[in-house]
Design a protein around this ligand. Structure first.
Ligand SMILES: NC(=O)c1ccc[n+]([C@@H]2O[C@H](COP(=O)([O-])OP(=O)(O)OC[C@H]3O[C@@H](n4cnc5c(N)ncnc54)[C@H](OP(=O)(O)O)[C@@H]3O)[C@@H](O)[C@H]2O)c1
Length: 356
């Protein structure tokens, strides 16, 4: 038996703040591995080639890692031994739960493993970033949810990050006007290099002011949540879309201290679609789906029922308005008799619309 050093980052304990090296995470150089005889239990033994640092390691610390076990994240290794027929010695593989260590025993039960061909001969690190989780998030999220049209304006927060910079470039290639922000001047320079039309440092310039001066936003790719999301909502153009990708501004705070609407986090984790709409705008965009003809048929055939609360007197309209505003009405308030069939209807919705 010969033991080889296997330096490893060990997760010790979760923290609500930034993980402290030596406290929440420990670098252990005393760990060893018997490369030739380590039991594989149907898995593979790899020599690590590259490991990826992603913001989501922070939440994995809270929800997934067990104390005193290796940190797990996206990693790439070359196979040294294999008991899994899908992977041969010499293959390069990418694992979603790769221990942060020099050597790793990987099993498919513990997380996705896929062989990487890399016919393009790119650096392996590309498969942890632009061709890994970040690039995939940008590409798939944009194609699935941005519903972008050439000429529209998109704003990307954390635009210089791994996900954000990929979104900037996909959007630019598709003919969008791209606005992006980042937290340092060097990151802003990078945004300019990749063709961003309006690049700014959100720590020096107010997001709302920049977006308003830029004529509003059709698509917001949200990497940060929190206050920025609230600000951007006020700068969205009609029919805008918000792709809720991440909450980088909140990850290190307890949920009670999150800014604004905390429930937006559910939009992310449950893949929710939330559509606001004002009916005249919606009809202007989609038409009315044959509203009158279709619903008339349903009413005549008894497939659409409506409850009315009729009154004989015009003066009742005043009280009925109050009743419907507090739910004291039992049905749609109408007044027709006194008006000889002309009809007036107390419209709660119109009252609200008038305020918008
Ligand atoms: N939905 C998904 O499936 C999915 C998958 C992968 C990633 N994501 C999310 O996508 C986002 C970007 O991920 P990434 O891997 O590309 O990371 P990244 O952008 O490379 O790194 C995170 C960045 O967040 C910004 N940031 C940190 N604290 C902030 C704060 N308090 N306020 C505003 N910005 C802050 C920083 O950039 P600045 O210096 O520019 O502020 C930091 O560099 C993250 O929110 C991540 O969780 C989502």
């Amino acid at each position: 038996m010969s033991l080889t050093p296997n330096p490893t980052i060990i997760f010790v304990s979760a923290t609500q703040g930034i993980p402290v090296p030596g406290q929440n995470l420990v670098y252990r150089q005393d760990i060893t591995i018997d490369v030739d005889n380590e039991p594989l239990n149907g898995g593979i033994l790899t020599k690590s080639v590259a490991l990826g640092i992603d913001p989501w390691l922070r939440s994995r610390m809270v929800y997934e890692y067990k104390p005193n076990t290796p940190v797990l994240g996206y990693g790439i290794g070359v196979v040294l031994r294999s008991e899994n027929p899908k992977f041969q010695v010499g293959d390069y593989v990418q694992a979603r739960s790769h221990p942060f260590a020099h050597y790793a025993v990987l099993s498919e039960e513990a997380g996705t493993i896929r062989a990487l061909k890399n016919d393009a001969g790119l650096p392996w690190t590309a498969y942890l970033g632009v061709l890994g989780l970040a690039g995939e998030t940008a590409w798939v999220g944009y194609k699935a949810y941005a519903e972008a049209t050439k000429g529209e304006t998109i704003y990307i927060s954390t635009g210089a990050g791994a996900v954000g910079s990929a979104v900037c470039q996909v959007a630019k290639a598709e003919g969008l006007r791209v606005i992006a922000s980042a937290g340092s001047d060097t990151k802003v320079e990078f945004l300019k290099e990749i063709g961003v039309d309006v690049a700014f440092n959100y720590k020096k310039q107010d997001v709302g002011t920049v977006l308003k001066e830029s004529g509003g936003i059709d698509i917001y790719w949200d990497n940060v949540g929190g206050k920025t999301l609230e600000t951007v909502m006020g700068c969205m153009n009609r029919y805008g879309r918000i792709v809720v990708c991440g909450f980088a501004s909140e990850y290190n705070l307890p949920p009670a201290e999150w800014h604004g609407n905390k429930s937006f986090f559910f939009a992310l984790v449950k893949n929710l679609t939330i559509n606001g709409f004002i009916i005249p705008d919606t009809i202007a965009k989609f038409g009315d789906f044959d509203f009158e003809a279709e619903v008339t048929k349903m009413v005549k055939e008894g497939r659409m029922k409506a409850r009315e609360e009729p009154s004989d007197k015009l003066e009742d309209a005043m009280k009925m308005l109050g009743d419907c505003l507090i739910g004291a009405n039992e049905g749609k308030g109408t007044n027709a008799k006194e008006l000889d069939g002309q009809g007036i209807t107390v419209l709660l919705n119109d009252a609200i619309l008038a305020d918008v």
